[in-house]
Design a protein around this ligand. Sequence first.
Ligand code: AMP
Ligand code: TRP
Length: 339
Amino acid sequence: MLNTISSQRIFSGIQPSGKLTIANYLGALKPFVELQQSGAECIYCIVDLHAITVWQDPTELKHSTRLAAACFIASGIDVNKSILFNQSQVSAHAELAWIFNCVSRLGWLGRMTQFKEKAGSNRENSSVGLFVYPALMAADILAYHATHVPVGEDQKQHLELTRDIAIKFNNDFGVDFFPVIEPIIEGVATRIMSLRDGTKKMSKSDPSDLSRINLTDDKDTIVKKIRRAKTDSYPIPSHEAEISNRPEAKNLINLYAALSDTTRDSVMQQFGGKGFSEFKDQLAELAIECVSPVTHEVNRLMDDNTELDRILATGADKAAIIARPIVKKTYEIVGLLSQ
Ligand code: AMP
Ligand code: TRP
């Protein structure tokens, strides 16, 4: 896939709603860097408007936005090759989102599993922004006429909705304007699960810090979290058939495979039949090898807020140049008078 899309435009986003995790790294940042290296035109966005669909402390939000920018750069995003910015600095996102709120149907948004999960039993009290979250996400992508969107498995449904919105807009107005995007969901790291519960995805907003490895964790913390990671009392499985009802074992094997750039099969060949303790030590070593250089660079970058803010502002200017004519044309198609 990666080498066939060098002439396409990539867009993806990450919410600054906490510290980025090793799942964000393996499921998103690492593929983002590979796409950048493939020569594709890449636009990466820190989606602060999405983050505020649930409560964010204003001071922490600013910090998390800069921290996310530092994580992108420390992971290998080169701001001279890719565009990196925060969403709220480019008004095209909010403008196009309003148009898409009017194209999307209530029924479509009501079926989104992420909304159901995040709103939970407190639906009446959740923000309207949380409900229309996927329309803003469609706006993020389509404001650039992006063609390919690398994400983890959890975003698949939202990307299908983005396709539906583009198709409905084109049909309603009798145009062939918005592209029907292709998701890129590839590899063993598209769904890394919590270290405390193999049936829940690893998330930066999980109340338990032990459930995840943050890109800012030090070595001792990583070793502790992996040693404490939940497992069962059986030996490590040797075949795919033995893995299906062992979510925690499957998750640690996936994590190992992703960190060592190999397959689940080869990890099972190496460790099948053994106990978890030696495996966990080696897994911790791999995780440290992956996270340490990133943490080191993140800390260095976080010493200079002015420079990070400058990078994001420059990225926003570049992004706005692409999005502005697309929003203008959208307004014209819809019949909104504008200059
Ligand atoms: P978020 O942290 O929800 O803003 O997600 C940012 C990116 O990381 C998206 O592409 C997600 O699909 C991806 N991602 C988030 N959590 C995971 C996970 N547990 N495993 C793999 N990818 C993930
Ligand atoms: N909803 C995505 C997530 O939580 C983040 C996101 C917002 C995004 N806009 C996007 C991802 C556009 C890809 C493309 O992971």
